[in-house]
Design a binder for this molecule. Structure first.
Ligand code: THU
Length: 130
């Protein structure tokens, strides 16, 4: 169990959720990705009227991090609606697996007190690698 402040990461995801652009689903999601050097990269879901170009909060955070040179990650917090336990979709699991191994910690919830801790290995056993 990696040693980092769960509440700080969850609160960063909750702040990012405020920027969610989700006029079609009304389902606001925020993510906060903790890199090995301690930097937190946030993201929110960004929907599109053509639907398929929509971006999940997790992939938004990964794109921000990787495009700024980060490659190693310890954990990601994902928060959807307050009463939910929003887990990353299959595409986001595979995108996370590109940069992380099974030990990546994933905090899934709706608030900084209502969440479940799991790992990428729990959510994506035998992920694809070339
Ligand atoms: N969504 C995320 O951003 N992350 C998830 O883990 C699940 C789903 C978004 C995609 C879409 O904008 C909305 O939530 C409803 O599916």
């Amino acid at each position: 169990m990696a040693d980092f402040d769960r509440k700080t990461l969850l609160r960063a995801a909750m702040k990012a959720r405020e920027f969610s652009y989700s006029p079609y689903s009304q389902f606001k999601v925020g993510a906060a990705l903790l890199s090995a050097d301690g930097t937190i990269y946030t993201g929110c879901n960004i929907e599109n009227s053509a639907y398929s170009p929509s971006l999940c909060a997790e992939r938004c955070a990964v794109a921000k991090a990787v495009s700024e040179g980060a490659r190693e990650f310890i954990a990601i917090a994902v928060v959807g609606p307050e009463d939910s336990e929003t887990t990353p979709c299959g595409v986001c699991r595979q995108v996370l697996y590109e940069f992380c191994d099974e030990s990546l910690i994933i905090l899934c919830g709706g608030t900084d007190t209502h969440y479940t801790e799991m790992t990428l290995g729990d959510l994506l056993p035998k992920g694809f690698r070339l």
